[in-house]
Design a protein around this ligand. Structure first.
Ligand code: AMP
Length: 207
Protein backbone atom coordinates (compact mmCIF):
# COMPACT_ATOMS: atom_id res chain seq x y z
CA UNK A 1 0.00 0.00 0.00
CA UNK A 2 3.00 2.33 0.24
CA UNK A 3 3.34 2.14 -3.56
CA UNK A 4 6.20 -0.32 -3.93
CA UNK A 5 4.49 -2.27 -6.73
CA UNK A 6 3.59 0.90 -8.64
CA UNK A 7 7.12 2.28 -8.22
CA UNK A 8 8.80 -0.99 -9.19
CA UNK A 9 6.73 -1.13 -12.40
CA UNK A 10 7.64 2.50 -13.10
CA UNK A 11 11.35 1.76 -12.63
CA UNK A 12 11.01 -1.25 -14.91
CA UNK A 13 9.44 0.92 -17.63
CA UNK A 14 11.73 3.93 -17.18
CA UNK A 15 15.06 2.18 -16.69
CA UNK A 16 14.48 -1.18 -18.34
CA UNK A 17 15.04 -2.95 -15.04
CA UNK A 18 13.75 -6.44 -14.42
CA UNK A 19 10.91 -6.28 -11.88
CA UNK A 20 10.89 -9.16 -9.42
CA UNK A 21 7.83 -9.05 -7.15
CA UNK A 22 7.53 -11.85 -4.62
CA UNK A 23 3.80 -11.10 -4.28
CA UNK A 24 3.25 -11.41 -8.07
CA UNK A 25 5.33 -14.61 -8.23
CA UNK A 26 3.38 -16.14 -5.34
CA UNK A 27 0.01 -15.12 -6.84
CA UNK A 28 1.04 -16.75 -10.14
CA UNK A 29 2.04 -19.93 -8.27
CA UNK A 30 -1.36 -19.97 -6.56
CA UNK A 31 -3.17 -19.41 -9.89
CA UNK A 32 -1.19 -22.26 -11.51
CA UNK A 33 -1.92 -24.59 -8.61
CA UNK A 34 1.74 -25.45 -7.94
CA UNK A 35 2.96 -27.01 -4.67
CA UNK A 36 4.47 -23.65 -3.66
CA UNK A 37 1.17 -21.91 -4.47
CA UNK A 38 -0.77 -24.40 -2.35
CA UNK A 39 1.64 -23.90 0.56
CA UNK A 40 1.48 -20.09 0.29
CA UNK A 41 -2.24 -19.59 -0.36
CA UNK A 42 -3.67 -19.52 3.19
CA UNK A 43 -0.93 -17.27 4.57
CA UNK A 44 -1.50 -14.80 1.76
CA UNK A 45 -5.27 -14.68 2.15
CA UNK A 46 -4.92 -13.93 5.86
CA UNK A 47 -2.34 -11.22 5.24
CA UNK A 48 0.41 -13.20 6.98
CA UNK A 49 3.89 -13.79 5.68
CA UNK A 50 4.70 -16.97 3.78
CA UNK A 51 7.39 -18.89 5.75
CA UNK A 52 10.95 -17.69 5.21
CA UNK A 53 12.26 -21.07 4.01
CA UNK A 54 9.81 -21.10 1.06
CA UNK A 55 10.48 -17.49 0.11
CA UNK A 56 14.25 -17.83 0.38
CA UNK A 57 14.34 -20.94 -1.82
CA UNK A 58 12.03 -19.29 -4.37
CA UNK A 59 14.19 -16.15 -4.56
CA UNK A 60 17.51 -18.01 -4.67
CA UNK A 61 16.22 -19.89 -7.73
CA UNK A 62 14.90 -16.71 -9.33
CA UNK A 63 18.07 -14.64 -8.80
CA UNK A 64 20.33 -17.44 -10.02
CA UNK A 65 18.53 -17.22 -13.41
CA UNK A 66 19.46 -13.53 -13.91
CA UNK A 67 22.42 -12.55 -16.05
CA UNK A 68 25.35 -10.88 -14.29
CA UNK A 69 24.82 -7.51 -15.98
CA UNK A 70 21.07 -7.32 -15.47
CA UNK A 71 19.75 -4.55 -13.25
CA UNK A 72 16.70 -5.45 -11.24
CA UNK A 73 14.36 -4.18 -8.59
CA UNK A 74 13.24 -6.47 -5.79
CA UNK A 75 9.65 -5.64 -4.84
CA UNK A 76 8.43 -7.06 -1.54
CA UNK A 77 11.60 -8.91 -0.63
CA UNK A 78 13.24 -9.11 1.87
CA UNK A 79 10.45 -8.76 4.44
CA UNK A 80 12.10 -10.33 7.52
CA UNK A 81 15.57 -10.34 9.09
CA UNK A 82 16.28 -13.95 8.02
CA UNK A 83 15.30 -13.04 4.45
CA UNK A 84 17.64 -10.02 4.50
CA UNK A 85 20.52 -12.20 5.73
CA UNK A 86 19.73 -14.81 3.07
CA UNK A 87 19.67 -12.08 0.40
CA UNK A 88 23.15 -10.93 1.44
CA UNK A 89 24.39 -14.50 1.03
CA UNK A 90 22.63 -14.99 -2.35
CA UNK A 91 24.06 -11.75 -3.77
CA UNK A 92 27.57 -12.63 -2.56
CA UNK A 93 27.26 -16.06 -4.20
CA UNK A 94 26.24 -14.67 -7.62
CA UNK A 95 28.47 -11.58 -7.44
CA UNK A 96 25.71 -8.96 -7.44
CA UNK A 97 25.69 -5.76 -5.42
CA UNK A 98 22.74 -4.02 -3.77
CA UNK A 99 22.70 -0.34 -4.81
CA UNK A 100 20.20 0.80 -2.23
CA UNK A 101 17.13 -0.02 -0.19
CA UNK A 102 14.06 2.17 -0.58
CA UNK A 103 11.79 2.78 2.40
CA UNK A 104 8.51 4.39 1.28
CA UNK A 105 6.82 6.11 4.21
CA UNK A 106 3.04 6.45 4.29
CA UNK A 107 0.91 6.91 7.39
CA UNK A 108 -1.55 4.26 8.52
CA UNK A 109 -4.89 5.92 7.62
CA UNK A 110 -3.63 6.66 4.10
CA UNK A 111 -2.39 3.05 3.73
CA UNK A 112 -5.82 1.72 4.67
CA UNK A 113 -7.51 4.08 2.19
CA UNK A 114 -5.14 2.98 -0.56
CA UNK A 115 -5.37 -0.75 0.10
CA UNK A 116 -9.15 -0.84 0.46
CA UNK A 117 -9.64 1.07 -2.85
CA UNK A 118 -7.04 -0.88 -4.79
CA UNK A 119 -8.07 -2.98 -7.77
CA UNK A 120 -5.62 -5.15 -9.69
CA UNK A 121 -5.50 -6.89 -13.03
CA UNK A 122 -5.29 -10.68 -12.51
CA UNK A 123 -3.83 -11.01 -16.01
CA UNK A 124 -1.01 -8.40 -16.24
CA UNK A 125 -0.72 -7.21 -12.58
CA UNK A 126 -1.48 -3.56 -13.44
CA UNK A 127 -2.61 -1.61 -10.35
CA UNK A 128 -5.52 0.86 -10.08
CA UNK A 129 -7.41 2.73 -7.34
CA UNK A 130 -11.15 3.31 -7.52
CA UNK A 131 -10.77 7.02 -6.63
CA UNK A 132 -7.23 8.15 -7.36
CA UNK A 133 -6.18 6.00 -10.34
CA UNK A 134 -9.34 4.60 -11.94
CA UNK A 135 -9.13 2.73 -15.25
CA UNK A 136 -10.65 4.40 -18.35
CA UNK A 137 -13.61 1.97 -18.27
CA UNK A 138 -14.77 1.03 -14.76
CA UNK A 139 -13.56 -2.41 -13.75
CA UNK A 140 -11.54 -3.05 -16.94
CA UNK A 141 -7.74 -3.07 -17.24
CA UNK A 142 -6.46 -0.26 -19.53
CA UNK A 143 -3.43 -2.33 -20.50
CA UNK A 144 -4.96 -5.70 -21.42
CA UNK A 145 -8.77 -5.46 -21.15
CA UNK A 146 -9.16 -8.09 -18.39
CA UNK A 147 -11.77 -7.60 -15.63
CA UNK A 148 -10.15 -6.06 -12.52
CA UNK A 149 -10.43 -7.75 -9.12
CA UNK A 150 -9.99 -6.80 -5.46
CA UNK A 151 -7.31 -8.92 -3.81
CA UNK A 152 -8.62 -11.01 -0.88
CA UNK A 153 -5.87 -9.52 1.26
CA UNK A 154 -7.08 -5.98 0.45
CA UNK A 155 -10.24 -6.65 2.49
CA UNK A 156 -10.43 -5.08 5.99
CA UNK A 157 -9.47 -8.00 8.30
CA UNK A 158 -6.46 -8.92 6.18
CA UNK A 159 -5.35 -5.28 5.88
CA UNK A 160 -5.25 -4.96 9.69
CA UNK A 161 -3.22 -8.17 9.88
CA UNK A 162 -0.77 -7.04 7.20
CA UNK A 163 -0.08 -3.78 9.04
CA UNK A 164 0.61 -5.67 12.29
CA UNK A 165 2.87 -8.14 10.51
CA UNK A 166 4.71 -5.24 8.88
CA UNK A 167 5.48 -3.62 12.25
CA UNK A 168 6.60 -6.90 13.85
CA UNK A 169 8.58 -8.51 11.03
CA UNK A 170 9.50 -5.97 8.35
CA UNK A 171 9.97 -2.64 10.14
CA UNK A 172 13.15 -3.92 11.89
CA UNK A 173 14.79 -4.06 8.45
CA UNK A 174 14.86 -0.25 8.49
CA UNK A 175 17.56 -0.43 11.17
CA UNK A 176 19.27 -3.37 9.46
CA UNK A 177 19.82 -1.40 6.24
CA UNK A 178 20.33 1.98 7.92
CA UNK A 179 23.23 0.46 9.89
CA UNK A 180 24.77 -0.61 6.55
CA UNK A 181 24.34 2.89 5.07
CA UNK A 182 22.00 1.55 2.38
CA UNK A 183 18.65 3.00 3.44
CA UNK A 184 16.89 5.73 1.48
CA UNK A 185 13.65 6.95 3.08
CA UNK A 186 11.17 8.70 0.80
CA UNK A 187 7.79 10.26 1.54
CA UNK A 188 5.41 7.93 -0.30
CA UNK A 189 2.62 10.52 -0.55
CA UNK A 190 4.18 13.04 -2.97
CA UNK A 191 2.80 11.41 -6.14
CA UNK A 192 4.04 8.59 -8.37
CA UNK A 193 6.39 10.62 -10.64
CA UNK A 194 7.87 12.58 -7.71
CA UNK A 195 8.53 9.39 -5.72
CA UNK A 196 10.13 7.83 -8.80
CA UNK A 197 12.35 10.90 -9.27
CA UNK A 198 13.36 10.79 -5.58
CA UNK A 199 14.32 7.12 -5.98
CA UNK A 200 16.31 7.90 -9.13
CA UNK A 201 18.11 10.81 -7.48
CA UNK A 202 18.93 8.73 -4.41
CA UNK A 203 20.34 5.79 -6.38
CA UNK A 204 22.13 7.72 -9.15
CA UNK A 205 23.17 10.86 -7.31
CA UNK A 206 22.07 13.84 -9.43
CA UNK A 207 23.06 12.05 -12.66
P1 AMP B 1 2.54 -8.06 -1.82
O1 AMP B 1 1.98 -8.18 -3.20
O2 AMP B 1 3.99 -7.65 -1.84
O3 AMP B 1 1.71 -7.19 -0.94
O4 AMP B 1 2.52 -9.53 -1.19
C1 AMP B 1 1.28 -10.21 -0.99
C2 AMP B 1 1.43 -11.32 0.03
O5 AMP B 1 2.38 -12.28 -0.45
C3 AMP B 1 1.97 -10.89 1.38
O6 AMP B 1 0.96 -10.36 2.22
C4 AMP B 1 2.53 -12.21 1.89
O7 AMP B 1 1.50 -13.09 2.30
C5 AMP B 1 3.15 -12.79 0.63
N1 AMP B 1 4.56 -12.34 0.47
C6 AMP B 1 5.05 -11.53 -0.51
N2 AMP B 1 6.37 -11.32 -0.35
C7 AMP B 1 6.72 -12.01 0.76
C8 AMP B 1 7.94 -12.18 1.46
N3 AMP B 1 9.07 -11.58 1.06
N4 AMP B 1 7.92 -12.96 2.58
C9 AMP B 1 6.79 -13.57 3.01
N5 AMP B 1 5.61 -13.43 2.40
C10 AMP B 1 5.56 -12.66 1.27
Amino acid sequence: GAGKGTQAAYLRDQWGLTHISTGDILRAEVAQGTALGAAAHDYMQRGELVPDALIIRMMAERLALLGAAAGYVLDGFPRTAPQAEALDAMLARIGHRLDGVINLEVERTELIRRLSGRRVCPNCSAIYHVETMPPRDAGICDACGAALIQRKDDQPAAIANRLEVYVAATQPLIDYYAARGMLVTIDGTIGVPAVAEAIRAALCGGA
